[in-house]
Ligand binder design. Structure first.
Ligand code: UD1
Length: 367
């Protein structure tokens, strides 16, 4: 029996580990799969609700680290995760995505000579001002097995000199969650309860430090939302970071009443809101992928994306942070100039099956 610990920390990790946990149940005779939650995200609406909806079991280990500066948070995760690895001696640690929990746990495991698999490896924005880019580069550099969601990731890793035998193009586990939960998403009552009609509203989420941490940029964003709110309903679930910046900058009182500001929304309700939106305006990574799968127009308020397939094949419009250009792009889409996207290769709901089969084989061969 091999022991594997998967790490989750922040909101976008939960829907990536859920399908892996689900598939590992098929390998119960060979694999004991455990989940460690670092507690990077800790609010009920940023964490607990996802465990319930995605049918993730209560984590086997909860590190309870909470917020803090990058150094404080990363260091706290490392100190606590080392204790778990010392007590458990797993055969493998699985990390997903690009959050501080990802690099912190990878670093601890590798210093203890424990194998690490990185899921959603190889993505690069080529913008080292993003904390996530630093986390991605470092995690990939020291992980043993690199599981990749789109072909750009393979090219990036090969250019960085990673050996081919560590690289596995398997598809997108986030899309697995979407496929697994399609019935629940279809049954979500959220549109009715918010008084919304299909394609009758704009959905927005914003949390990148580059957009929300400076008063000028957040003010410009609020102004453009207010402008569109004159003609359209806007649904805006507010991330805790953005909520606190809006209060600090005195912007909370400036929001148009046609903008439905709400707390972060659970998984199935949020996916339903995405599926039926006329347009999504976001700076998220995962939403660029989910909207491409759903074929919904997505305006990305960033200068780069680590997920280029969503622009090349999907319905993502990478517009940048110039508000004039964002305005033009939104208006063009609302006027009917839409991209007809296709679903990227291997985004078929079976990425976790490929990952678990591969890992089980690799671990067997090692014994
Ligand atoms: C983190 C990830 C980012 C991911 C995002 C999704 C890193 C470097 N960044 O950013 O890649 O897209 O999660 O949400 O790991 N907070 C709460 N309650 C919570 C969680 C956070 O109030 O449940 C507060 C924190 O205390 C902090 C702020 O929100 O003040 C930011 O949280 P943090 O985990 O530092 O990073 P995110 O901005 O959420």
């Amino acid at each position: 029996m091999k022991k594997i610990i998967s790490v989750v920390g922040a909101r976008p990790n939960f829907m990536k580990v859920a399908p892996i946990h689900r598939v590992f149940k098929e390998y119960e005779k060979d694999i004991h799969h455990l989940i460690c939650h670092t507690g990077q995200h800790y609010d009920e609406k940023m964490s607990k609700i996802f465990f319930e909806e995605l049918e993730l079991p209560k984590p086997d280990f909860y590190l309870g680290v909470g917020g803090g500066s990058h150094a404080v948070q990363t260091a706290a995760i490392m100190v606590e995760f080392e204790k778990i690895l010392m007590a458990e001696s797993p055969d493998l640690v699985i990390v997903v995505g690009d959050v501080n929990s990802t690099i912190a746990c990878t670093l601890v495991a590798k210093k203890m000579n424990i194998k690490v698999a990185h899921v959603e490896s190889g993505l690069r924005s080529f913008d080292r001002a993003m904390p996530e880019e630093i986390n991605r580069i470092l995690t990939d550099a020291i992980s043993d097995y690199l599981f990749i969601s789109e072909s750009s990731g393979v090219d990036n890793l090969l250019k960085e000199g990673v050996s081919k035998d560590k690289i596995f193009l398997v598809g997108n586990v986030m899309i697995d969650s979407l496929v697994n939960n399609a019935a629940k998403i279809a049954a979500s009552p959220i549109l009715g309860s918010m008084g919304l009609k299909t394609e009758g509203y704009i959905l927005t989420t914003l949390h990148r430090p580059s957009n929300v941490d400076e008063k000028d940029s957040l003010t410009r964003i609020v102004h453009i939302l207010n402008k569109y709110a004159e003609k359209h309903k806007i649904v805006f679930p507010v991330h805790p970071r953005t909520r606190s910046k809006m209060e600090t900058f005195g912007l909370s009182g400036e929001i148009s009443p046609n903008i439905l500001l709400c707390d972060p929304i659970g998984y199935t309700d949020f996916l339903s809101l995405m599926e039926h939106a006329a347009l999504i305006l976001t700076d998220s990574g995962g939403i660029q992928e989910e909207s491409t799968y759903l074929g919904v127009q997505c305006v990305t308020l960033r200068n780069n994306t680590e997920r280029p397939v969503t622009v090349e094949l999907g319905t993502n419009h990478l517009i940048g942070t110039d508000i004039g250009k964002v305005d033009q792009a939104m208006q063009a889409i609302l006027d009917g100039q839409v991209k007809k996207g296709t679903i990227p290769p291997l985004w078929d709901g079976k990425a976790a099956s490929r990952i678990c089969a591969q890992l089980t084989g690799l671990l067997k061969n090692r014994s």
